[in-house]
Design a protein around this ligand. Sequence first.
Ligand SMILES: *Cc1c(COP(=O)(O)O)cnc(C)c1O
Length: 478
Amino acid sequence: MPTRKLSRDEIRTRLAAFKQDDTPWQDGRTWAYVYDPGDEALDVIKEAYSLFLSENGLDPTAFPSAMRLENEVVALCCQHLRAGPEVVGNFTSGGTESILLAVKTARDHARATRPGITRPNIVAPTTAHAAFHKAGHYLSVDLRTVPVDPRSFRADPALLREAIDDNTILLIGSAVSYAHGVVDPIPALGELALEKGVLLHVDGCMGGFLLPYFRRLGGSFPEFDWTVPGVSSISMDLHKYAFAAKGASVILYRDAELRRHQIYTCADWTGYSVVNPTVQSSKSAGPIAGAWAALHFIGDTGYLELARVMRDATRTLCAGIEAIPGCRILGRPDMNLIAFSCNTASVFHIVDEMKERGWFVQAQLGYGPSPANIHLSVNPKSAPWCEDFLGDLSVCVEQAETLPAPDQALRERALRIDPAAFSAETFFELVAAAGLSGTGLPGRMAGINELMDALPATLREKLLGEYLNQIYRPTSPG
Ligand SMILES: *Cc1c(COP(=O)(O)O)cnc(C)c1O
């Protein structure tokens, strides 16, 4: 532990310095990862979060405030998604935790009600978030993925139907999907779930909060909330377009009978009895208070106004992108998430070129009918930048057209790797062949992205896993 203590001022200075290489999101030129309601709301959320920093949500009898805040936030979310009086839910740390819990609940519900199932599976479109794969992996539930419509990128109910068997416990739909920002045909999935006697989870992590505002602004897309028969659970992140501080999501269930399977209790040890509705046990009430503050400070009219700004910006961007020769929007975005590809230049070069001009856009690798593309999550703060963004994008596409195509020899070499034999040595050989140092992040990512794009998913996973295992290493303070 440090032998020389740092003063409060030194701590502040040193911490601020840690951020020097971070993506500068504050100016609205970052199109992923950060959801920004503006400085005033951010200040209010910070204050609320700090007020509850040390209160522990572990024990509602010791801190009834934490439970009260959670129940009020969940009530607002239920109402927002037009729930009946039976719907219940909990506050979680994020979309991944909400999804883990939905899968755990479905698994334990099946154990209780369908004891013949020994090897449960989930049926999901390929556009379902990776968190469902993670949940299946953690909880020993098989995930069966099914292709989506290659033009709309919406789930195909007929193909999902074919994948359901006697061991299926849960069906998945998204509102909206992360990659293409489209709403799956949830009413058709609801009918299918009822007919087959399986549960249906709607992943509203991204769209659950914002879509109702887009609907009020005249948007038309499939219904996805509690008004749809057959829906049994819905996840909805508040740390995305409700603009709460990170660590804020809700998981809702059709009734307390189903939610019972989520709750974990343990009295089988020498200490305090553990009774946890969610994954965490000790937990700061800060994120709950922050979310409560965001909902109350921005309020219904505030959210509607922010939605209008983001909707208009999305329209401007879509029209502008389609007007750039070679660029094409994938699917028809139902909300404010855009994916576009380019057939005259590498999107990975475009991403690098944009970065040099101060824009952060997210590369998405090709998968099935979805070619390699660029993802944009539109923020209210990005709206004033649309014309500048489109101008630079058009220049960057032309610039990228002049840059070298992917290294075919490297691709072929990578494709010959046996995923089962992948080791740290394989990793270092590959990155060296790609002209990279191994663990330092290159300024330009096109080389590594092209390589990744050429690989099948299992090799992508091996490569990334090894990379993380290399970069997370104890670092002496300096
Ligand atoms: C972000 C997201 C998730 C995962 O949420 P985290 O908060 O990152 O854990 C799940 N599903 C969708 C559709 C998302 O956009």
